[in-house]
Design a protein around this ligand. Structure first.
Ligand SMILES: Nc1nc2c(ncn2[C@@H]2O[C@H](COP(=O)(O)OP(=O)(O)OP(=O)(O)O)[C@@H](O)[C@H]2O)c(=O)[nH]1
Ligand SMILES: [Mg+2]
Length: 192
């Protein structure tokens, strides 16, 4: 099957609501705790290992980065939450910026919430889920780094997360082993 995400290109990085690109088409937000593997997943999804910067140092993504998939779809990589040293999160305007984005952005169609399969549903993930629910925005829980678990552990981890979800099902991916990205791309496209 052709990968629709393959020609994705970096568009721009912003730190202020007023600098956001035109509110047009569909946007899928990529969220998660710092180091969860968001940027790695973006690169795997787009089959472009150089697209987003991967780092062993948490908090490396410091702007809201827009990636253009095509004229009507963008992926939006958020700085990881829950990492105090990130200069972006230390800024007082971060929470209002995110809330304004959720409240006003027509293009926002869904949020992918990336969580390390070994540590899902931390407080900051629950805060993001609450923000999605209170803003009536759909979300897709994605468990990353599934290569760290056996199939049995993986199954148990997905079931445990699903028990806490109402209208959605978690997916597991491994950027290292390139597993789960066809399912993720289908899940994303259902919201566009
Ligand atoms: N084993 C394994 N390691 C992974 C996987 N995905 C990411 N990593 C590692 O996890 C670390 C963080 O990955 P990133 O993709 O930079 O994480 P991020 O969520 O974008 O982090 P921030 O930008 O800091 O918020 C890096 O050392 C990656 O190599 C995976 O599927 N398997
Ligand atoms: Mg990143």
């Amino acid at each position: 099957m052709k990968n629709l995400f393959k020609n994705t290109d970096f568009m721009l990085g912003v730190t202020k609501f007023k600098s956001l690109p035109e509110d047009h088409g569909s946007e899928i937000l990529l969220a998660g705790r710092s180091n969860a593997g968001k940027s790695s997943a973006l690169n795997a999804l787009t089959e472009n290992p150089k697209l987003a910067r991967i780092s062993k140092t948490p908090g490396r993504t410091t702007e809201i980065n827009f990636f253009k998939v095509n004229d009507s779809l963008k992926l939006v990589d958020l700085p990881g939450y829950g990492f105090a040293k990130s200069s972006f999160h230390k800024r007082k305007d971060w929470a209002p910026l995110l809330e304004e984005y959720f409240a006003k952005r027509d293009a926002l169609k869904a949020v992918v919430i990336f969580m390390d399969i070994r540590h899902p549903l931390k407080d900051s993930d629950r805060d993001m889920i609450d923000l999605c629910n209170s803003s009536d925005v759909a979300f897709i829980p994605v468990l990353t780094k599934s290569d760290k678990f056996s199939n049995n552990q993986k199954f148990k981890a997905i079931s445990a997360v699903n028990k806490k979800m109402h209208d959605c099902e978690a997916l597991a991916v491994s950027s290292k082993d390139n597993i789960g990205f066809e399912k993720l791309s289908k899940a994303i496209l259902e919201f566009c």
